[in-house]
Design a protein around this ligand. Structure first.
Ligand SMILES: Cc1ncc(COP(=O)(O)O)c(C=O)c1O
Length: 390
């Protein structure tokens, strides 16, 4: 064999029986081979287990899928190249022309865009309500046959809490599927509710380090089976190396989430006591209008704290520019603290009533609390609040 051939057929290293790595290898391969045509054909007929092509399945991404399904308390999972990819592919896989979807003003902007523009182009209609309007949900379910109800909790950025038990009961009674974007709450929360499909951005808490993107769809086996072929065909597959980084991030997920949530509560308390602040949105504060509901649904109140500065847009800009430890950047849930101001929050297509429901004012600021020392964050915030004035 010439070396030009050999580099394309390097020596195989097979581990002896009873010898395992503590960290699984990254299966950075597109293709998998069986020993014969007969074996390959048997696999393609579904009669022989194994892997064939990484867009459909790969051992590294599969390990991540099985772990996430277990963390969220469901049977199966499909991972995707981003959180938005998970949402888009779920919407496309679960709806068809003529279907109707309920979603909410407080839902993540790109999700609303996908439902309004993308599904709208394929003849799927929708109704946009407030997440607080359970009577509206009941009324719309009674008047429109509805395929799915898409919601999130806590909502982005003002951390409204959805009444998950009520929403899932109403949807189930009307024969609608519930899809919950559980990115803010994380994999350890909300699993006991009768949500049919959870979607997550793995870009946030799963990796935690802000260096990789991914998404996940987690549900009972029958629903995942129904979506699997469409997901393969839509092609938004997670790369095995990204899956490896996310698996690595998950090792510290629980300690990160708990520590960042504890810091977030202290940040919320500091803000609530400050003269420059008109209102704080954090479900862990007793002053949050849905604190009791959040307490019944959640173990941790999360790492996102939003608040309204009395000084409006100019104060929000001065505040964000004055922070030193908070990066002025999108995303959330990573180890470094982040800040965004209203122009970075989207929602410009909402009408005046919907803007009111969204509760985003000119002076709203969203913080994502990282893993820095809490006292350092409090010091930075105190300095920036003084600079913002009131
Ligand atoms: C609630 C929520 N869902 C989904 C996403 C989308 O995730 P990704 O950026 O991985 O596409 C985000 C991103 O900010 C988010 O906040």
């Amino acid at each position: 064999m010439k070396k030009t051939t050999r580099v394309n057929h390097p020596p195989l290293i097979e581990l002896p029986a009873g010898n395992h790595p503590l960290v699984a290898p990254i299966y950075q391969t597109v293709k998998f081979e069986f020993d014969s045509v007969a074996q390959t054909e048997a696999h393609l007929r579904g009669e022989r287990p194994g892997f064939y092509y990484s867009r459909a399945a790969n051992p590294t991404t599969r390990q991540l899928e099985l772990l996430l399904a277990e963390l969220q308390g469901r049977e199966d999972c499909l991972v995707t190249a981003s959180g938005v990819g998970a949402i888009a592919q779920t919407l496309l896989a679960l709806t068809k022309q003529g279907d109707h979807v309920i979603c909410f003003v407080e839902t993540y902007n790109p999700t609303r865009y996908l439902i309004r523009r993308l599904l709208g182009r394929f003849g799927v209609t929708h109704t946009l309500l407030s997440i607080e309007d359970l009577a509206g949900v009941e009324r719309v379910l009674a008047s429109h046959p509805t395929r799915l109800v898409f919601f999130e909790s806590p909502t982005n950025p003002v951390t409204k809490i959805a009444d998950i038990g009520a929403l899932t009961r109403l949807a189930r009674a009307a024969g609608a599927i519930t899809v919950m974007d559980n990115t803010f709450a994380g994999f350890h929360q909300h699993g006991a509710f009768e949500v049919d499909v959870f979607v997550h951005s793995l870009t946030k808490y799963a990796s935690g380090c802000g260096d990789v993107m991914g998404g996940a769809v987690i549900a009972r086996a029958e629903l995942i089976r129904a979506m699997r072929t469409d997901f393969g065909a839509l092609g938004g597959t997670l790369d095995p190396h990204a899956a490896f980084l996310i698996l690595r991030g998950l090792k510290t997920y629980f300690v990160r989430y708990a520590a960042q949530s504890a810091s977030a509560l202290r940040v919320a308390q500091l803000l609530a006591a400050h003269a420059a602040v008109a209102r704080v949105h954090y479900p862990g504060l007793p002053t949050h209008p849905q604190h009791a509901l959040a307490g019944r649904q959640m173990q941790d109140f999360g790492t996102i704290v939003s608040f309204d500065l009395k000084g409006g847009a100019a104060a929000a800009r001065r505040f964000a520019d004055s922070l030193e430890l908070f990066a002025l950047a999108a995303s959330l849930g990573s180890t470094e603290s982040l800040v965004v101001t209203p122009p970075m929050m989207g929602g410009r297509e909402l009408d005046a009533e919907q803007q009111r429901i969204s509760a985003i004012t000119d002076g709203t600021v969203r913080l994502s609390i990282g893993l820095e020392e809490t006292d350092d964050l409090l010091g930075d915030l105190t300095r920036a609040l003084a600079a913002a004035g009131h």
